[in-house]
Design a protein around this ligand. Structure first.
Ligand code: 5GP
Length: 266
């Protein structure tokens, strides 16, 4: 029986009280949701895959100096993280037109954007996470102008790093969503750190050759093969849970499937 104190339960994760003050346990569930939880399914094994993929990415980002909430993985489904005050914004970075941007601006999915674009959405399920501007963010006090600058810089650095990381394993990073939090090192010192997760649940990842989707759009668009797509990402990163490589092993370049009939040229 689970006796730990549950702090928060979201759509794909649960946060439990951690073993020490200032820590939490982040538990990855197998639940998949879309369209503000109107669509829901259990995909057995998804939680463990996201735990592994997110652990790998957060560790790599930490190594290049991006501050994160990640401390260490505890088991197949859980990781130890620092408790932060979540800034109520979803920060989306886009490289290629897709999803809501393609719909909103009438762009063809797959079009290379003139440059990377950062967008902010207010985290509010009841409102369907509306897009907001820096004006809204500062006027309503969700983050200060300095914090917004820091968040933008971190988001772009994360994007630069991840575009390269994924290209190295034959995957195009189309777009992704990240969240940030405030971490107090002591009473006075506050840092903005990357929080939440980075996994195929919150990224668009397309095979570089075939444009096959290797992310949650497979679930959103009823394409099937969701778990297989997440497994493929984990496999290429060299972090497939049941087949964990020795510590220090890196990404594995896997030949892309260029004959996928579902893939569309870009
Ligand atoms: P879009 O705005 O095109 O729907 O999403 C842009 C990117 O952010 C996609 O990679 C999508 O997966 C991610 N994203 C946006 N909102 C959410 C959300 O509420 N949950 C998750 N998991 N990802 C999101």
């Amino acid at each position: 029986m689970n006796r730990r104190r549950r702090i928060y339960e979201g759509k794909a994760k649960v946060l439990y009280e951690g073993p020490e003050p200032g820590t939490l346990i982040q538990h990855f569930k197998d639940d998949a949701t879309a369209f503000n939880a109107k669509k829901h399914a259990l995909i057995e094994g998804k939680g463990a895959l996201n735990n592994s993929i997110s652990e790998y990415i957060f560790q790599k980002l930490g190594e290049i100096g991006v501050p994160t909430h990640f401390i260490r993985r505890i088991n197949m489904r859980e990781q130890l993280i620092r408790e932060v005050e979540i800034i109520p914004l979803e920060v989306v970075v886009r490289n290629i037109a897709a999803g809501s941007l393609a719909t909103r601006l009438g762009l063809e999915e797959g079009m290379q954007l003139p440059r990377q674009i950062v967008e902010f959405y207010y985290k509010a399920d009841a409102l369907n996470d509306p897009m907001v501007s820096e004006e809204h963010i500062t006027a309503f006090g969700w983050a200060s102008p300095q914090e917004i600058d820091e968040i933008m810089q971190l988001a772009l650095r994360i994007n630069d790093f991840l575009v390269g990381l994924f290209l190295g394993i034959g995957i195009r990073l189309v777009d992704f969503k990240v969240e940030f939090g405030r971490l107090w090192d002591n009473e006075q010192q506050m840092r903005i750190v990357l929080a939440d997760e980075i996994s195929p649940d919150c990224c668009r990842l397309w095979d570089a050759q075939s444009s096959e989707k290797l992310d949650k759009d497979r679930f959103r668009r009823d394409m099937g093969g969701v778990l297989e797509a997440y497994q493929e990402v984990a496999k290429r990163l060299g972090v497939l849970p049941q087949n964990r490589p020795p510590k220090g092993a890196g990404p594995v370049l896997v030949a892309s499937n260029s004959t996928n009939p579902a893939g569309k040229p870009n």
